[in-house]
Design a protein around this ligand. Structure first.
Ligand SMILES: *[C@@H]1O[C@H](CO)[C@@H](O)[C@H](O)[C@H]1NC(C)=O
Length: 340
């Protein structure tokens, strides 16, 4: 008998609840929402950060496909994976076409919130001189109070080492062509404030045990050589090292002590965006690695104080150019932007 009463009371309370929901609930139709400003409570973004950052990527000599796409004199390219990498972090790209007149490149540098030097092979001539000029301007911008990050990937890091050391013979040869590797964190690495800072603990740990990063280089610098060069050791702090096929140790990740400059001997952009070489890791952890590095890259650029004219940015974005698919050959880059 009492069970029936309990059931009855239960049904009554459900009905009341249901009834109340219909008549006095906080649920509103979309058309009613704008009337109550208390419901629109997205916090204002941090006014000290810039949420429309643009990264300048310097083009490299050639067509990126050993002449399969273009033999034009002065042809230069940007592998699309670097563009996608920047986009993955929430920024857009302005190509810094190194063959353009310096006055134009100089103006384009005023449209960006950081620069990236890509991988490749060229270490001399107009290309090297242009990278050097851009790097010096980046440091000047930081010295003048802006926050203007620089990222050097593979060749990009090697060129920064040559520029900072003022020694074009500073690099050493290594055997690390097309191979995945782990990263060895040097003792007492300060993760705080570095490119690895926001890595989740599990992934940070796996970086040193699993083959999550892609190596593809014939040159590099050993920790001994970097540390014994006064200019390089006062500029760079070594974060990670790796061993090549002959167990020769090279510096694999660095950051500058006083500038927002990060160097990678490895290729953070390849895991998610290049499919040619079979040695590129594509596991979920490898893809997360690409994503966390991209996030860091763009989070640094958001600190830039540069607020360029919107239309000037739109007129110069990489979207004014069309990438070319070259992955059908099953090797090399998948897509490249070619500038002739
Ligand atoms: C470039 O030159 C090479 C060697 O002569 C040739 O095999 C290739 O087809 C050329 N590429 C183009 C796009 O014409």
């Amino acid at each position: 008998m009492s069970n029936v009463v309990v059931l009855f009371l239960f049904l009554v309370s459900i009905f009341q609840c249901f009834h109340a929901t219909n008549s006095h609930s906080g649920i509103r139709l979309p058309s009613q929402l704008h009337r109550d400003s208390s419901l629109v409570s997205c916090p204002a973004p941090d006014a000290s950060l810039y949420y429309r950052p643009v990264i300048g990527i310097v083009s490299h000599p050639g067509d990126g496909a050993s002449g399969r796409l273009s033999n034009a004199t002065g042809a230069n390219y940007i592998a699309a994976s670097y563009v996608k990498f920047v986009e993955a972090g929430g920024a857009r790209v302005v190509p810094l076409i190194y063959t353009e007149p310096w006055e134009i490149l100089r103006k384009k540098l005023e449209l960006v919130n950081g620069v990236l030097f890509t991988g490749g092979w060229a270490k001399e001539g107009l290309y090297f001189e242009t990278v050097k000029r851009i790097f010096k301007i980046a440091l000047e911008k930081n010295d003048a109070g802006d926050y203007f990050p620089v990222y050097g990937v593979c060749l990009g890091f090697e060129l920064i080492s040559m520029i900072v050391s003022e020694d074009n013979d500073i690099l050493e040869e290594f055997s690390a062509r097309s191979q995945a590797s782990s990263l060895q964190f040097v003792e007492n690495t300060k993760i705080e404030g570095s490119v690895f800072q926001r890595f989740p603990p599990d992934l940070l740990k796996k970086l040193s045990t699993d083959c999550l990063v892609m190596q593809n280089h014939r040159y590099g610098i050993s920790p001994g050589k970097l540390l014994s060069n006064q200019k390089l050791s006062s500029f760079f702090e070594i974060l990670t090292i790796c061993s090549d096929e002959d167990d020769k140790v090279y510096v694999s990740t660095v950051r500058s002590r006083n500038y927002p400059v990060t160097g990678f001997q490895w290729h953070p952009e390849k895991n998610a965006f290049e499919w040619g070489p079979k040695s590129i890791p594509h596991t979920e952890d490898a893809i997360r690695t690409t994503q966390y590095i991209a996030n860091f890259l763009v989070s640094e650029a958001r600190k830039s104080l540069n607020r360029p004219v919107a239309q000037d940015v739109l007129d110069n974005l990489i979207y004014n150019y069309r990438p070319t698919y070259c992955g059908y050959a099953g090797k090399g880059y998948d897509e490249v932007y070619i500038f002739e």
